[in-house]
Design a protein around this ligand. Structure first.
Ligand SMILES: Cc1cc2nc3c(=O)[nH]c(=O)nc-3n(C[C@H](O)[C@H](O)[C@H](O)COP(=O)(O)OP(=O)(O)OC[C@H]3O[C@@H](n4cnc5c(N)ncnc54)[C@H](O)[C@@H]3O)c2cc1C
Length: 418
């Protein structure tokens, strides 16, 4: 049994854990990352790679519960909730439903917008300064609607987003078809989000891991945290298999696994895995010029020089790790309604990932009020790539006892009594 003593232990080597590890190491801390599998193998691998201030409104909104109930009977609907008696999942769903109010939208939207806008700027600067080859693109994102009804419904909240510093342009159908010849005719209109961007997530995370190691961080892969040691309310050590790791600060960044890891500390982290899928192909000849969100089927289409990905869908089925063919097929069907060439010639990868979903759609960032020495950077839901840089800056500043770049209050763990 070895006994290792860094300043900070980071649990989880996804985009969030790695980004925080880098910020802490560059802030002068000795950091060790503990990763149960390999770095970047969780949700950070096959996601859509879009960087989206446009997604600043919370998922929990008035009307979402009614829409969700309509979708319950359709196995290929954009949202699926598997029947369950699991108390944690039922409690999560109830809490989410209670959050579907206008008051919550007004509380959450400014906090999401602040994190997303700042993170998008930091990401571009980071990619440029470090010369990271992750196919960063800043052509914005286009949300495409085939029905007037869906376009009108989505247009209601645009002023709220503009007020929070997220620019958006409404394009008519003719303009959308002119700008994106990859689309089939019959488009009702589009919303163009100029400040959105995109990256190839697997390449970005691989480059991030390289920088983390170069900054002197010890990265322990195949090292699953299984238990903790406490002295009263203070966290003393972390156990991973036969190894015992000791550090004054421990940062939980285990994405959707965070509640499972924290259970040993007696903490109930209100995160459920929101399973999403993607299919990656070689790039079609008539590929879209910028990332698209196909509004009605809710399919995200990302094009890179190196490939093409259809992704999204949200499934609450607990920690189910099977690949659901119905949901993968729904991605292709949705893309076929909109695109001349919905798939590329070469099929590269079918993938699923667990998004770490919180009940209020804000991440959990900062010090635990219940366990001294424990910190959180988790719960980034659908937006972990988009929020990673600002998350790292904010969390590292707090752990290093420095001034924070953003108001940390809306993200604090104490809103969930953690
Ligand atoms: C289909 C899909 C599309 C998406 N598209 C986008 C997008 O376009 N833009 C965007 O911003 N976000 C997107 N997301 C969301 C984004 O992928 C996540 O928010 C983000 O990857 C979360 O990062 P993370 O580091 O918190 O979690 P993860 O990447 O899942 O990392 C957590 C890590 O913790 C490790 N771990 C777990 N348990 C333990 C343990 N006991 N001990 C040690 N290590 C442990 C895991 O192995 C894993 O590597 C998408 C997600 C999905 C599923």
């Amino acid at each position: 049994m070895s006994d290792t003593r860094p300043d900070v232990l980071v649990i989880g080597g996804g985009v969030i854990g790695l980004s925080c590890a880098l910020a802490l190491a560059r802030g002068g801390r000795a950091v060790t990352v503990l990763e149960r599998a390999t770095v970047g193998s969780g949700a950070s691998h096959g996601n859509c790679g879009t960087i989206t201030p446009s997604h600043a409104l919370p998922l929990a909104q008035p009307g979402v519960v009614a829409q969700g109930l309509k979708w319950l009977l359709k196995p290929d609907a954009p949202l699926r909730i598997a029947p369950t008696l699991d108390p944690a999942r039922l409690a999560w769903l109830a809490r989410f439903a209670l959050n579907c109010t206008q008051a919550q939208v007004e509380r959450v939207a400014p906090a999401k917008a602040a994190l997303l806008n700042h993170s998008r700027d930091l990401l571009e600067r980071f990619v440029q300064a470090e010369g990271i080859d992750c196919e960063f693109g800043h052509e914005g994102e286009l949300q495409v609607f085939r029905t007037r009804r869906a376009l009108d419904a989505a247009s209601v909240e645009l002023d709220v987003l503009r007020a929070h510093g997220v620019p958006v342009e409404a394009w008519d159908g003719a303009r959308v078809e002119r700008e994106e010849p990859a689309l089939k005719p019959g488009v009702a209109g589009g919303l163009y989000w100029p400040s959105d961007a995109h990256i190839r997530p697997d390449r970005y995370v691989a480059a991030l891991a390289e920088r983390v190691r170069a900054a002197g961080v010890r990265v322990c892969e195949q090292t699953e945290v299984t238990a903790f040691e406490r002295d009263g309310t203070r966290l003393v050590a972390v156990r991973a298999g036969n190894e015992r790791f000791v550090a004054p600060q421990v940062l939980l960044a285990a994405g959707a696994w965070s509640p499972l890891v924290a259970r040993d500390l007696g903490l109930r982290v209100p995160i459920q895995p929101g399973k999403g899928y993607s299919i990656t192909y070689s790039r079609p000849i008539r590929a879209p010029r910028r990332p698209l969100v196909l509004a009605e089927p809710r399919v995200c289409v990302t094009t890179w020089a190196s490939g093409f990905r259809l992704g999204s869908t949200m499934e609450f089925a607990g920690y189910d790790d099977t690949l659901n063919r119905v949901r993968l097929d729904a991605l292709v069907r949705g893309a076929t309604e909109f695109l001349h060439e919905p798939v590329g010639a070469e099929h590269v990868e079918d993938w699923w990932g667990w998004r770490p979903m919180t009940t209020d759609d804000l991440p959990i960032l900062g010090a635990s009020e219940r366990v001294r020495g424990l910190w959180f950077a988790t719960g980034h839901g659908m937006l972990g790539m988009s929020m990673s840089n600002a998350t790292a800056e904010l969390v590292a500043a707090q752990m290093l006892d420095q001034d924070t770049p953003l108001d940390p209050d809306p993200y604090r763990p104490n809103r969930f009594a953690l």
